[in-house]
Write a protein that binds this ligand. Structure first.
Ligand code: PLP
Length: 399
């Protein structure tokens, strides 16, 4: 018997499995609306012009030295300005412990490990549903998980009263994982007014909000607007945690450029927390990758390039918002008697369509349309060329 004889194949990742099936399908009609990465109107991956320009500036000038354990100081500085506000007093007062992280996933994992190490009896409250990897991350960090109500299937919107009840019923001082904007997979975000109520209730209960901000700028087209939830919590005097990513909003998916920050009580606490985050990173990957961090800091440091980035991120968000409108209009034109308002009410990369797993199976088997069985459509995969075909197929399987 071999040493590894007992190792069974791991279950397929539900999202990555969709892409594999799509690639294996020879049909010329095939459509991939499963993937969580932006595509242009021809279905092609995009590299932003601001990124190309930053790379031109790096070319030939970059040495390949290690970054410090906590990552690029410049990139962290710029990331904090984006999340906490250009003139944030918390930045000036050095109250934020922050390290560069392996994109959003790495930031979440680092935080989960920190939580386990320093608050070993704590749990994490995670929305139902959520990005499936959240469960894996906190599971592997051995932090017990609880769920809280979020989505309202009938309205395909927010179950606000259910959410508020779960916040009230959680033990005081609980950790909550919140999506700062563009909730994945539902595309459903609280309104500003609702965020204020949530923040108020967190204050009453002394809960700790950890924000996963994977889509800043990508949701509305404006990074400031997409940071509104975080800013509300900051105004209300919460300590918060935040995971940031440049995967979606700069298209740096494979560069793994992100940031983890924790707002502390004072500078001394922030220094201690940062040193502990570095201590956790050291035996895992020693220090983070340099290239993406440099691209990010060059862009955000240069007013002209930053202006170009803001234009380009708005361009991506606007294309997606436009495709939402087109998909809804096409379904209505076909005479679908169902309400498709949620397609345009939801925001960000995903539309939680409300289709059943059986309907999704029909889309795949009969129409070569690939997506996760929870009915989540990646709007990034919708184009002027395929929106009518997609709408027709959805209409047929939901009749
Ligand atoms: N968090 C959420 C909510 C996401 O939707 C995604 C998307 O893939 C991620 C994290 C992963 O981001 P990253 O590629 O930056 O690790």
């Amino acid at each position: 018997s071999s040493l590894f004889g007992h190792v069974e194949p791991a279950p397929k990742d539900p999202i990555l499995g969709v892409t594999e099936a799509f690639l294996a399908d020879p049909s010329p009609d095939k459509v991939n609306v499963g993937v969580g990465a932006y595509r242009d109107d021809n279905g092609q991956p995009v590299v932003l012009s601001c990124v190309r320009e930053a790379e031109r500036r790096i070319l030939g000038n970059l040495n390949m030295e290690y970054l410090p354990m906590g990552g690029s100081i410049k990139m962290i500085e710029e990331s904090l300005k984006l999340a906490y506000g250009e003139d944030s007093g918390f930045i000036k007062d050095k109250r934020i412990a922050a390290v560069q992280a392996l994109s959003d996933t790495g930031a979440c994992r680092l935080f989960a490990d920190f939580q386990k190490r320093f608050l070993p009896d704590s749990q994490i409250y995670i929305s139902t549903p959520t990005w499936s990897n959240h469960h894996n991350i906190w599971r592997d960090a051995q932090v017990p998980q609880k769920t809280f109500t979020y989505y309202h299937p009938e309205s395909r919107g927010l179950d606000f009263s259910g959410l508020m009840n779960d916040i009230k019923n959680a033990p005081d001082g609980s950790f909550f994982l919140l999506h700062a904007c563009a909730h994945n997979p539902t595309g459903v975000d609280p309104t500003e007014e609702q965020w204020r109520e949530i923040s108020h209730q967190f204050k009453v209960k002394k809960h700790f909000p950890f924000f996963d901000m994977a889509y800043q700028g990508f949701a509305s087209g404006d990074p400031e607007r997409d940071a509104k939830a975080i800013r509300i919590f900051l105004e209300d005097g919460h300590q918060i945690g935040c995971a940031q990513s440049y995967a979606k909003n700069m298209g740096l998916y494979g560069q793994r450029a992100g940031c983890l920050s924790i707002l502390c009580e004072d500078e001394m606490q922030a220094v201690a927390v940062k040193s502990q985050l570095q201590q956790i990173a050291r035996p895992m990957y020693s220090n983070p990758p340099v290239h993406g961090a440099l691209v990010v800091s060059i862009i955000l440091n240069d007013p002209e390039l930053k202006g170009l980035w803001l234009k380009e991120v708005k361009g991506m968000a606007d294309r997606i918002i436009g495709m939402r409108k087109a998909l809804k209009e096409n379904l209505e034109k076909l005479g679908s008697p169902l309400s498709w308002d949620h397609i345009t009410n939801q925001i960000g990369m995903f539309c939680y369509s409300g289709m059943t797993p059986e309907q999704v199976d029909r889309l795949t088997n009969e129409y070569h349309i690939y997506m996760t069985r929870n009915g989540r459509i990646s709007m990034a995969g919708v184009t002027t060329g395929n929106v009518a075909y997609l709408a027709n197929a959805i209409h047929e399987v939901t009749k």
